[in-house]
Design a protein around this ligand. Sequence first.
Ligand code: ATP
Length: 354
Amino acid sequence: MAYLDLSHLEKSFGTNRVVKDFTLGIEQGEFVSLLGPSGCGKTTVLRMVAGFEQPSGGQIIIGGEDVTRLRPNQRKIGMVFQAYALFPNLTVAENVGFGLKVAGMAAGERNERVTEMLALIGLPEKGGHYPFQLSGGQQQRVALARALAPRPKVLLLDEPLSALDAKVRVSLRNQIRQIQRDLGITTIFVTHDQEEAMSISDRIVVMNGGIAEQVGEPFTIYNQPATRFVANFVGTLNTFEAVVDEPTTGTVTLDGQTVSLGKKIERLRGDKVTLALRPEALHLGQAPAPAMQLQATVREVHFMGSIIRVKAEVADTMVSLDTFNRPDTPPPQVGAAIQVHLNPGDFIALDGTA
Ligand code: ATP
């Protein structure tokens, strides 16, 4: 059994079944993200773990103890919310020490713990400040310190970065991850931002309509998406329509060319199939066989700094292609006819097609 074990969790609000047979084991010290679109049930799962929502079915075990029926304050869980949720009339130190005071910890020990927590979040000199004197990112660090001060068994983070601007978001997510690693605390992080989830997590749970569509490491989720939904939700996806020539060898016709995918296709000869490819697997210019060569017309060019995203029309389809910026090579021009190539082995399996 995993350290945090969610077993067949169910939650309905009236007739609306928002979490369906949700099972997940999280190891001690692991950082797991729940990723999915708005309304897919991420927050409801988190709130059930916290004890703010009673499951309609299933079980929650933490460290071998069944906590399903325990009140939130009996579960030894720390939680950070999207809004800063600090007490505005209390100082930073009083905010961090709040839970400890409620739990009856003596003043001396409490002060020591608060000092330790403020050092942990890199704000050792801010104890006497009030929340309004801090930036949004600093307030979230204080909220994190407050959640961690009672030394919880599990840390729950509900979109803690979404109210912050882009730069602060990235720096704070790295700090959260570092602190989480240093403490070795088991953590669930809720986000609808796929880049955020991929950059920070040991494993990601991609949720859709109340179910876990796929659970895996970011590398696997991105490169071997289990479903069409996961493939589309995580990252950008190009799709090409092809016709199966020989299922056993994975030979298809795409844009008038015969291509071997190098693996069996679970389809019949003559079937139409969709082949999917990430933007970074489509390359500018020509390449020797066995790469597949396609003609393209540039429709949009987005210079993004280290990456240039080119949108081009290929075989009657608009595709996205990512290429690294090279200071000595200007990006292609809109309207230009270009050659692109790809390695057929890079096609992503969708619905048993590749
Ligand atoms: P978001 O990213 O928008 O917060 P989410 O994936 O976290 O979305 P939830 O907040 O878990 O989704 O909500 C899942 C579904 O459950 C939604 O349809 C929502 O309207 C519904 N829901 C959540 N809480 C309640 C409630 N207390 N009463 C009724 N319906 C609710």
